[in-house]
Design a protein around this ligand. Structure first.
Ligand code: GLC
Length: 549
């Protein structure tokens, strides 16, 4: 792609579409998504009007954690394709003006990575073991784990190997943490960045970007003392991680145009999160507090303001997201009276009564709110079809390691990873090409209503709403860079106006998070609404309208 001056900071105001490759489209009929499937659907992505795609890990992997257990960072999982196909895909996306971001997983490898096999074979005290976090256990015979750290998926974060040592895995037992104090580890990740940058990739999403660096001595987590991410936690948001990103930024900046990073860092304090975005570190980081905000005007506004203010202090844009492959899809989350402040995973809300119609209405409204905000927005595949979370996948089909590691108490994240429906009348809703194997996760009947062809045919569908919103976002001068100003609006509603850097205005989004209709401002022309207005031209509850005035 040739760069113009404007291209250089495309990431400040982009819309990025997340491709969970395993579930996007299956080109070879084996029931699993792949590169051929993705390539065949690039038209769909281009027609949506996004600026870039982010592809979840596509590397060789035993898929113990959906590919976040990487066995080889510089190759393609044969299940998905090969490196030549990846290069062709990148080129084809670029031809359509779509940039390509990959996913890098720097906190851990797969236990099937060559280095981990070497570490097991080489034994205690070896340089091979020093690439990971091996320790002796506690107690007289070392039978107790080295400390009290727990896996994010449940249970202890340590696994014992036959010679008696233990290795750290903050995630699944098949995801050994690497040692970021080891120079070879650092150099190897830098080589991976260059490998993909040299093949035209435009940037990376960084997986658990706040976890890699551990406190020397690996002390116990002391509940109530250092269970907050304030720099004192033994493995979350430690100071040392910033040095890693300064070196990565220098690598990215050595390319023309420079490469871009987005951090997946669940750091709750926006001021601490913004530290990842200082001018010599990463360009962007997901503002997850927006995703987890309650569906209440005050909570939404506070979280938007905090992210914008803290990021502005370091000169960085905000990055908004409502759904991804780790959280309950937003129509299902919002179907559950989230004003009660429950969590964002299916397991946090499953016991609450759900109203799917209400959830979808709110989801459409939430999306128009997100797309009206300054900064970058990420969309997750299938949200443009209004897909709900699949909440009743049979237990024997669940694949997320959370299910096993929680002792079958948490169903985990499979419900947002179900293969996409492309054609309502075809087997597997058109997910696979030709006569195909069953999809790797079962699709519910309700997917028929959300299939791409059904959405295409219905003018008031979620798909058309997304396309219309992205077209307006692209064309309206006030929706480029620039600022947000809040206008006075009735209780329980939000009214935000946008003014471009060049001073162009004329755009207001009104979001009705209350339970009653509100009138529109006088002299306002409706550009787009997430749902129908009332017969008296008022904005109903749980609806957003974009106005020109
Ligand atoms: C991130 C990924 C998630 C994965 C975890 C461990 O949170 O988004 O899917 O399980 O990291 O790599």
């Amino acid at each position: 792609m040739t760069a113009t001056a404007n291209d250089l900071d495309w990431w400040r105001n982009a819309v990025v579409y997340q491709v969970y490759i395993r579930s996007f489209a299956d080109g070879n009929g084996d029931g699993t998504g792949d590169l051929a499937g993705l390539r065949g659907k690039l038209d769909h992505i281009a027609r949506l009007g996004v600026d870039a795609i982010w592809i979840n890990p596509w590397y060789p992997s035993p898929l113990a954690d959906g590919g976040y257990d990487v066995a080889d960072y510089r190759a393609i999982n044969p299940m998905f394709g090969d490196t030549a196909q990846a290069e062709a895909l990148i080129a084809e996306a670029h031809r359509r003006g779509i940039r390509v971001l990959l996913d890098i997983v720097p906190n851990h490898h797969s236990d099937e990575h060559a280095w981990f096999r070497q570490a097991l074979a080489a034994g205690p005290g070896s340089p091979e073991r020093d690439r990971y976090v091996f320790r002796d256990g506690r107690g007289p015979d070392g039978a107790r784990p080295p400390n009290n750290w727990e896996s994010m998926f449940g249970g202890p974060a340590w696994e014992r190997v036959p010679d008696g040592q233990w290795y750290l895995h903050l995630f699944d037992v098949k995801q050994p943490d690497v040692n970021w104090d080891n120079a070879e580890v650092r150099a190897d990740f830098e080589q991976t960045l260059r490998f993909w940058f040299d093949r035209g990739v435009d940037g990376f999403r960084i997986d658990v970007a706040n976890a890699m660096v551990k406190q020397p001595g690996l002390p116990d987590v002391v509940p109530g003392v250092n269970d907050v991410q304030d720099g004192g936690h033994p493995y979350l948001d430690r100071e040392g991680v910033h040095e890693v990103y300064r070196s990565w930024r220098a690598i990215g900046d050595s390319y023309d145009p420079p490469k871009v990073f987005v951090a997946e860092a669940w750091v709750p304090d926006p001021e601490r999160l913004a530290r990842y975005l200082r001018p010599d570190e990463l360009q962007t980081a997901f503002s997850f507090n927006f995703l987890t905000a309650a569906w209440l005007a005050d909570d939404l506004r506070r979280n938007i303001d905090d992210a914008l203010a803290e990021n502005a202090a370091v000169g960085a844009p905000a990055t908004w997201v409502l759904s991804n492959h780790d959280v309950c899809r937003h129509p299902s989350r919002l179907s559950r009276k989230p004003e009660t402040g429950r969590g964002w995973n299916l397991d946090d809300v499953l016991d609450l009564p759900a109203d799917p119609e209400l959830g979808l209405r709110r989801a459409r409204a939430a999306t128009l709110l997100m797309l009206a905000l300054p900064g970058t927005a990420y969309l997750y595949q299938g949200e443009e079809f209004g897909l709900p979370e699949v909440e009743d996948i049979p237990a024997e089909r669940l694949d997320d390691p959370t299910w096993e590691l929680s002792g079958h108490t948490e169903r985990g994240r499979d419900g947002c990873r179900v293969p996409l429906p492309w054609a309502a009348e075809e087997p597997a809703f058109g997910f696979s090409a030709g006569a195909a194997a069953e999809p790797w996760l079962p699709q519910p009947d309700v997917f028929a209503r959300h299939a791409a062809d059904v959405q295409e045919a219905a003018p008031d569908s979620v798909l058309h709403l997304y396309r219309d919103a992205l077209a307006i976002r692209r064309a309206h001068p006030a929706l480029g860079g620039g600022e947000l100003t809040w206008q006075d609006s009735p209780e329980g509603t939000l009214a935000l106006s946008r003014i471009s850097d060049g001073g162009e205005g004329g755009f207001t989004a009104l979001v009705n998070v209350s339970s009653a209709p509100v009138s529109l401002p006088e002299d306002a022309e409706v550009l787009l609404a997430s749902g129908s207005l009332t017969p008296r031209d008022e904005l109903p509850a749980d609806t957003t309208v974009w106005l020109r005035h």
